[in-house]
Design a protein around this ligand. Structure first.
Ligand code: GAL
Length: 634
């Protein structure tokens, strides 16, 4: 498949006279896609029912006639002020009950029926008008669901919808009481309408209640999106896309992914390094202008899974952003490197955010490919370089990985509700395993928790997964490779109670987690050999062969050649050792990459990317900082 480039553009921000020149410059830079419209509701419909779409018709024509394919966004992330006047209770409320009101964006509660009606209405207007427009080559639903912590809403609308959701799920309050264990602290309910949202309780709410609220909230986002998707499909055959985020885990992206055609995500490597990756100051200093070497890659693999193979970058950082604690410039070459990282992982298209830097409003300090005065910003030359390289490259096809790593949104919610120690983060646990695999030069597929077929893999890892799904359990029965579960895998029921028998209850593996403990970050537990357990450790009982022990002789890894259970969170050294051994034992060929160097294979090439600030050499490949090199596979 030929890969392509694009850009996010806001015609409503600029005089119409400059649209043709903008479009021509985009094409000249080698861009083929342009995303528009996702925040333009107040100019599309300045007053209720007063549709002003002529400007949008003309913008689409200008862009399309210049040779660009248009991605049109539904504008529901930014309802105009009059929508709030019509529905004063449509705003979300935070956990303290404060209204999250008008004046920025994402000011709506997913459960508000009135707002849902507005969302369907404006979606249908756009779908009808542009569904058959030859220039509209894709649709984007809304914008970044969950951005600014907007999935969980504690509004009245959410409460009513939650009660309905509970009554459908549990059928009777007695069944709910039993499932949640409400007899503990006399929390039993007689009616569904007595059940509050799990905020403003004196101390922690029942974890089952909190988890149910998170499942409900995720379902609300998925069904909000599905309403738009259903309407768009009635009028258009163009693919439907949503732009997901980095480390946004409050809704089940796999569930939403099945309603859309392509997954995309918004990649801001330098912003994320500071406020989302979660590594300390030394790491942040080392990668300040390059971004974390694995965070983008992880999301590329995650969203390839969410999109069932089809995925894009919808927004790529083009220069300094405005929203992180500090906002450095990318090292020269990084915009090119990030794009190549995405293509190496199978991205069909990489779009940059945004065309021209806005001189006004919230994001005036956020770079674009052009400066506010229309002079090219440094990112533009890098985009041109990638476009030239793409046109010379043979088609880039995604390689089949041999390592699978299960990622499960419900597990992230469960362990947020019940971390058992402040440092336990499911996301971090999975990400650290991903990082260790990538440092060993391995391609990784992220797998949804109900994966049915593991046959492409030699090694599958399922850390921290709340409850094993039936499809995964049966896939494991016939799997010929190795699966490593744990820590904390299959340890609770879906209602967040302790399982009976005690965990991990993995068929064919004689091991029981007798006790768990969490401990201070500055008191890791030494392991035999090298490295430590950190944050979390389990006491393992049973007759399964012991494969690794703590320095005091306690088992930490048990099992046979096929199914193993890991009873602690391994630090970097121990993780490296355990995963490298596992890879060698299952016939994979791990490599030792120098610091900052990463590799990802396509079907035909190995692509090497240098995230370090120093030149590196490895196996005959020499790379400058921010360098990218590809070598044909032998
Ligand atoms: C994204 C968002 C864009 C813009 C960008 C700035 O999260 O989708 O609209 O705000 O961040 O970096």
């Amino acid at each position: 498949m030929k890969r392509s480039l694009g850009v996010c553009y806001y015609p409503e921000h600029w005089p119409e006279e400059i649209w043709p020149e903008d479009a021509a410059r985009m094409v000249d830079a080698g861009l083929s896609w342009v995303r528009i419209g996702e925040f333009a509701w107040s100019v599309m419909e300045p007053k209720p029912g007063d549709l002003q779409l002529d400007w949008l018709d003309r913008a689409i024509d200008v862009l399309g006639n210049t040779g660009l394919k248009v991605i049109l966004g539904t504008p529901t992330a930014t309802p105009p002020r009059w929508v709030g006047t019509k529905y004063p209770d449509m705003y979300a409320r935070d956990a303290l009950g404060n209204v999250r009101g008008f004046g920025s964006r994402r000011h709506y509660c997913f459960s508000h029926e009135g707002y849902r009606t507005e969302s369907r209405r404006i979606t249908e207007i756009l779908a009808k008008r542009y569904g058959q427009n030859p220039h509209i080559a894709a649709w984007q639903t809304d914008n970044e669901y969950g951005c600014h912590d907007t999935v969980l809403s504690y509004s009245d609308a959410a409460k009513t919808a939650f009660q309905n959701w509970l009554s459908q799920k549990y059928q009777s309050p007695q069944a709910l009481n039993k499932a949640w264990g409400n007899v503990f602290w006399s929390m039993d309910y007689a009616e569904f309408n007595e059940i509050e949202l799990p905020n403003l309780t004196v101390t922690e709410p029942n974890p089952a209640h909190a988890l149910a609220f998170r499942r409900f909230s995720s379902d609300q986002v998925v069904s909000f999106n599905r309403e738009q998707a259903d309407i768009l499909r009635k009028y258009s055959d163009a693919p439907l896309i949503h732009n997901y985020m980095g480390r946004e885990t409050d809704f089940d992206h796999f569930a939403m992914g099945t309603d859309l055609d392509i997954a995309s995500w918004d990649s801001y490597p330098l912003g994320f390094l500071e406020d989302r990756v979660g590594d300390g100051p030394a790491h942040q200093r080392a990668f300040a202008q390059q971004g974390d070497p694995d965070f983008q890659a992880f999301h590329n693999d995650l969203y390839r899974a969410v999109g069932r193979g089809r995925w894009w970058i919808m927004e790529q950082q083009p220069g300094p952003v405005n929203w992180a604690p500090v906002n450095p410039s990318p090292l020269p070459g990084m915009c090119r490197l990030w794009a190549w990282e995405a293509f190496a992982h199978g991205a069909e298209t990489v779009c940059f955010f945004r065309w021209r830097q806005a001189p006004f409003a919230q994001e005036q300090m956020h770079a674009g490919l052009l400066r506010p005065d229309s002079v090219a910003a440094p990112g533009l030359d890098e985009v041109k370089a990638v476009a030239a390289e793409l046109s010379q490259m043979p088609d880039v096809e995604t390689a089949q990985a041999r390592v699978g790593l299960v990622f499960d949104y419900a597990s992230e919610w469960a362990w947020k509700v019940q971390p058992q120690g402040k440092d336990f983060s499911y996301f971090r646990l999975v990400f650290e395993i991903y990082r260790a695999l990538r440092k060993l030069g391995l391609d990784v597929d992220i797998l949804p928790p109900d994966t049915k077929d593991l046959s492409p893999y030699n090694l599958v890892l399922a850390p921290g997964i709340l409850s094993l799904s039936d499809p995964l359990l049966s896939a494991i029965k016939t799997f010929e490779g190795r699966v490593i579960f744990g820590p904390r895998a299959n340890s609770k029921t879906t209602e967040l109670s302790i399982t009976d028998p005690l965990p991990p209850a993995i068929p064919g593996l004689d091991v029981t987690v007798a006790r768990v403990e969490t401990f201070r970050a500055d008191q890791p537990r030494p392991l035999e050999g090298c490295g430590h357990a950190k944050h979390w450790m389990e006491e393992l009982e049973g007759n399964a062969p012991v494969l690794a022990r703590s320095a005091t002789g306690a088992p930490v890894l048990v099992g046979d050649t096929k199914v193993q259970y890991l009873g602690c969170w391994l630090d970097e050294d121990a993780m490296h050792r355990v995963l490298k051994n596992a890879c060698l034992e299952v016939g994979l060929a791990p490599i030792e990459l120098p610091d900052g160097l990463r590799r990802r294979g396509t079907r035909s090439h190995d692509i090497y990317l240098n995230y370090g600030v120093d030149p590196v050499e490895h196996d005959g490949i020499a790379l400058e900082p921010a360098g990218v090199a590809w070598r044909e596979k032998t």
